[in-house]
Design a protein around this ligand. Structure first.
Ligand code: MN3
Length: 244
């Protein structure tokens, strides 16, 4: 099943590169793919998604200034670089972002590393913003899943924080769903577990940005404190939705 899916994506990518008139027809033929791949250019350009909440909504755990700079400067910059690169390979604009990330090896050399770094940055941040909200807690069903995978919810948090503080340099900590078992993985830079180039692949259920730009204004070098505070702003309802 997974092989068929990969081959399909590869075929789609190659056809897209060959200048097929409407590569979207291929995605329309595969509802699973089109449903999951909803980050697409609008009029040929990827756009900054709205947060759906105010910059100050996560205070005091994540400060408004950090959120504003992170969203309007850092995230926007990934989008700008991605758009700029796709001008060289405009046929790729018809392909959802996630499809490109899942098959980076099939992309032309001229854009592969930009799509990996800046397309990855766009996907990761778009995902991250949906995971932030104060005042939620794990439902009994999610608690069960976490308990089955990590022993206790507290132990899950401990393991997640340990992975985040242990990651050298800039990157992301993720939870992926492997056949109902949740697993913590890290990726460097703007890589993510969807990518064919990732060491451990899987569908992200949650992720936390541990680049310094995500926390430096408030926490300076104390990444561990940022990770502890993260639990106050994690949207557990969205995490549960992502396990389905
Ligand atoms: Mn970031």
């Amino acid at each position: 099943m997974e092989n068929n899916r990969r081959n399909f994506i590869k075929t789609a990518a190659v056809l897209g590169l060959a200048g097929m008139s409407n590569p979207m027809d291929l995605f329309a033929a595969n509802p699973e793919l089109s449903q999951k791949s909803d980050i697409k250019p609008v009029n040929g350009k990827y756009e900054l998604p709205a947060l759906g909440y105010a910059y100050q909504a996560l205070e005091p755990h994540i400060d408004a200034k950090t959120m504003e700079i992170h969203h309007t400067k850092h995230h926007q910059a990934y989008i700008n670089k991605l758009n700029e690169a796709l001008e060289k390979e405009p046929q790729l604009k018809a392909m959802p972002l996630e499809t490109m990330l899942r098959d980076l090896r099939a992309l032309p050399d001229s854009v592969r590393s930009v799509v990996r770094n800046h397309g990855g940055g766009h996907w990761n941040h778009s995902f991250f913003w949906t995971l932030l909200k104060t005042g939620t807690k794990p439902s009994p069903a999610l608690t069960n899943m976490l308990t089955n995978s990590f022993g206790t919810v507290d132990n899950f948090k401990k393991e997640f924080e340990k992975a985040g503080t242990g990651l050298f340099g800039s990157g992301w900590v993720w939870v992926i769903n492997q056949m109902g078992t949740l697993k913590i993985v890290t990726t460097p830079n703007q890589d993510n577990p969807l990518m064919d180039l990732a060491e451990v692949k899987g569908k992200p259920v949650m992720g936390c940005d541990v680049w310094e730009h995500a926390y430096y204004l408030k926490y300076q070098n104390k990444r561990a404190d940022y990770l502890t505070a993260f639990w106050n702003v994690l949207n557990w309802d969205q995490v549960e939705a992502n396990t389905r």
